[in-house]
Design a protein around this ligand. Structure first.
Ligand code: C2E
Ligand code: CA
Ligand code: CA
Length: 706
């Protein structure tokens, strides 16, 4: 019976001697494995076969637990999945066996059965693969990456290791799906996945969490310099154009970054933190943000604003204000930019820089935008007819298919001449479907309205945008105007090249945000054709504007400071100061683009190089310029970049080189009070006792950290 069982290929038999050497293996098994009998008999079982590793993972190290070790225990074995060590062909066996003993209890070896497990195993693995991997991109799916992350975090806790996650959200992917079709959308996702995988390679794992969300996990990385560097690489790589289904498509990505154990100790906490950081990053498209505890409060505030915004139109809380744009040579009023204002019953006036991005995200922008357009056209009809009105149009609103119709309705309803209406659009409209954008531009031109490219220089600033779209005007972003008069600053060269580019294309230029007389002098000299900024006027209400116009004068007198001075902002918050191997907690008293005043350290010598950790991932290398008692005035090595809307200085990045210049990388600072605090549960505030002093040595000088 056994013979016929064996020869029918239903199963195989094997046996070993007391030393684990093979004394028998069915002929058909030897044949299946592609071996010769003399190679098998007498060889140790453990030398010929290896075990499947724990993870069942091809990439793992094979045969981590040797078979001989298992057999030495002399226990029965069953369902042991093994394969030949010299895996020339992919054959898997499943072994079962029992130890044999003689009457005296001496071990004689094993005797057992085996069967060909290859097909079953492949089927099982395929099923696992399907349940663990995203079928479209082949990347790990949400389920798998969560399991692997939880396991890694669990191990890390014991071993005091760290791990970072980068959560990517593609910008404007939905738009590609809608306009080019799902097949093209799928194709694009595949290409995004391939690019990501190539870039991350062995450094970590890449997963697709949902439609347009990807996750990168990076074990043993928490240096913000390195993480920022990588995030930048990812953003640049993903923003390169794609060719899908014969069309060219562009997407961007925003990235939220969180590191364990600082920002969260388990998977849920860490992913939640990365998600908050991603949302913050999305507000400044195609950028990255580190998680910080302020984001948690920010998220709550956003939700409240969203709720209130839904009612704002109905409650008459919105108004349009108008900021003059004047001719550069005569300072005569030519155009007014309509800027939305929200008078919230409790919060007071809320900045459009804050509520417009929320409106875009939650789909309220269409409603707000239509209202703004109608209101601005209506009010402009009350002005002298030579004055134009410029209305801001968000990219989301612009790309909605019926936008030209909305404009046409506004023109018809108010009877305003189309040539008096100017639409301000930013470059982000080119990020989705270029064909759709082209069509909309065409329809708008046919209506006879004018188009202005807003915030030029802050986005991709691609020349092809200017070639393909019929703009009448380029608005030079205020970040180039601000501080353009300072030494060692490229801004004036940038302004001058934008101006000559615009002249060559027969477009007007507006220099935005002119605040001081020296800026006025410079942008006039550089050839900007129109000017806008508080030097001439803030945005004013319709009543104030009509009053001014009623006085008969349409010329504005520049009124303001002579010189640009980096704005000093009063602050009172605790930040980190790093010097050499120490991290101190200090109080930030004021902050400008070029420097800060900090308190808390005693007698720090002038000239000391430090790094300020301003929170939220902003690090700034600085030098102490003034020092008296507890307070120090420091100057930044490179000026901070302002986010504009709220005047907060963000988006400042320091390369690892810079961080190293002031000591060790931040991430590797030895245990000090701060390190302990960072390890504490996220969200809890540092407990610093008042008037508790810690002696520390700062470059040989006595210092106290309060
Ligand atoms: P923007 O289109 O770049 O508008 C110019 C912003 O710069 C306005 O801020 C304006 O008040 C401010 N500004 C003008 N002159 C100066 C100056 O000399 N110095 C400084 N520091 N700032 C100056 P605002 O009104 O807070 O608007 C912020 C942004 O909100 C706008 O940026 C625009 O992107 C958006 N926005 C405003 N109203 C609307 C709207 O009706 N629809 C849409 N879609 N977006 C709007
Ligand atoms: Ca604008
Ligand atoms: Ca602008």
């Amino acid at each position: 019976m056994l013979d016929s069982f064996e020869s029918a290929g239903l199963g195989w038999f094997w046996s070993t001697d007391a030393q684990g050497r093979i004394t028998y293996l069915s002929d058909s098994a030897i044949e299946r494995l592609g071996w010769a009998e003399e190679d098998v008999l007498g060889a140790e079982l453990g030398d010929l076969f290896e075990l499947e590793n724990d993870e069942g993972d091809e990439a793992g190290n094979r045969g981590a637990r040797p078979i001989s070790f298992l057999l030495r225990s002399r226990n029965s074995i069953s369902n042991l999945t093994v394969r030949p060590v010299d895996a020339s062909s992919e054959v898997w066996l499943q072994l079962a066996g029992k130890p044999r003993f003689d009457k005296a209890g001496r071990f004689l070896g094993y005797r057992g059965s085996a069967n060909d497990y290859t097909d079953t195993r492949n089927r099982e693995r395929e099923a696992t693969r399907l349940s663990q991997f995203d079928p479209l991109t082949g990347l790990a799916n949400r389920h798998r990456i969560r399991t692997r992350l939880s396991k890694a975090l669990g191990q890390n806790r014991n071993m005091k290791r760290n791990c970072s996650v980068l959560l990517l959200g593609l910008d404007r992917f939905k738009h590609i799906n809608d306009s080019l079709g799902h097949q093209s959308g799928d194709e694009l996702l595949k290409q995004v996945a391939a690019r990501l995988k190539r870039l991350i390679d062995e450094r970590g794992e890449v997963a697709r969490l949902s439609g347009d969300e990807f996750l990168v996990t990076l074990p043993d990385v928490d240096d913000r310099g390195d993480l920022g560097e990588l995030a930048n690489q990812i953003i640049q790589m993903i923003s390169q154009p794609y060719s899908v289904g014969g069309s060219r498509a562009i997407v961007g990505t925003s990235i939220g970054i969180a590191s364990a154990p600082y920002d969260g100790i388990d998977t849920d906490e860490l992913l939640k933190a990365a998600d908050l950081a991603l949302n913050a990053a999305k507000q400044t498209r195609a950028s990255y943000r580190f998680y910080s505890s302020e984001l948690k409060d920010g998220a709550k505030r956003r939700r409240e604003i969203e709720e209130d915004l839904r009612d704002a139109i109905g409650r008459n809380e919105l108004a349009m204000h108008y900021q003059p744009i004047v001719d550069a040579s005569t300072h005569k009023l030519k155009c007014l930019e309509a800027l939305m204002r929200w008078e919230h019953p409790v919060r007071g006036s809320v900045s459009p820089g804050l509520f417009i991005p929320i409106a875009e995200e939650v789909g309220l922008i269409k409603l707000l935008g239509e209202w703004a357009l109608g209101e601005a056209c209506r009010q402009a009809c009350e002005w002298p007819s030579e004055l134009r009105v410029a209305v801001n149009v968000s990219a989301v609103q612009f790309m909605a298919g019926d936008f030209p119709k909305v404009v046409e309705n506004a023109l018809q309803a108010t009877g305003i001449a189309p040539s008096r209406l100017e639409l301000e659009i930013t470059e982000s409209v080119f990020m989705g479907d270029p064909m759709q954008a082209q069509r909309i531009f065409g329809e708008l031109k046919a209506l006879g309205v004018r188009l202005a490219l807003d915030d030029f220089g802050t986005g991709y600033s691609s020349l092809s945008y200017l070639r393909n779209a019929p703009f009448n005007k380029i608005k030079i972003d205020q970040s180039f105007v601000r501080g353009s008069t300072e030494r060692d600053n490229n801004n004036s060269a940038i302004i001058s090249s934008i101006v000559s580019l615009a002249q060559a294309l027969r477009m007007e230029t507006v220099a935005e945000g002119v605040e001081t007389k020296d800026e006025l002098e410079l942008v006039t000299k550089l050839g900007a054709s129109s000017l806008q900024g508080r030097l001439f006027s803030f945005a004013v209400s319709q009543e104030e504007l009509l009053e001014y116009i009623g006085e008969g004068s349409l010329t504005y007198e520049p009124r303001g400071p002579e010189r640009y001075r980096a704005d000093r902002r009063t602050e009172f918050r605790r930040i980190g100061l790093v010097h050499d191997d120490h991290r101190y907690s200090v109080v930030l008293r004021n902050l400008s683009k070029t420097g800060a005043l900090v308190e808390g350290l005693m007698d720090v010598p002038v000239g000391t190089q430090i790094v300020l950790d301003l929170g939220g991932g902003q690090l700034a290398v600085a030098t102490v310029r003034r020092s008296s008692g507890f307070s120090q005035g420091v100057e930044f090595e490179t000026p901070l970049i302002s986010d504009g809307a709220d005047g907060l200085c963000t988006r400042h990045r320091v390369s690892p080189y810079h961080i190293e210049a002031a000591g060790k990388p931040l991430a590797s600072l030895p245990d000090d009070p701060f390190a302990v605090l960072r390890g504490a549960k996220p969200g809890t505030e540092p407990q610093i006792k008042p008037r508790a002093f810690r002696q520390a040595d700062l470059s040989g000088h006595k210092a106290c950290a309060a």
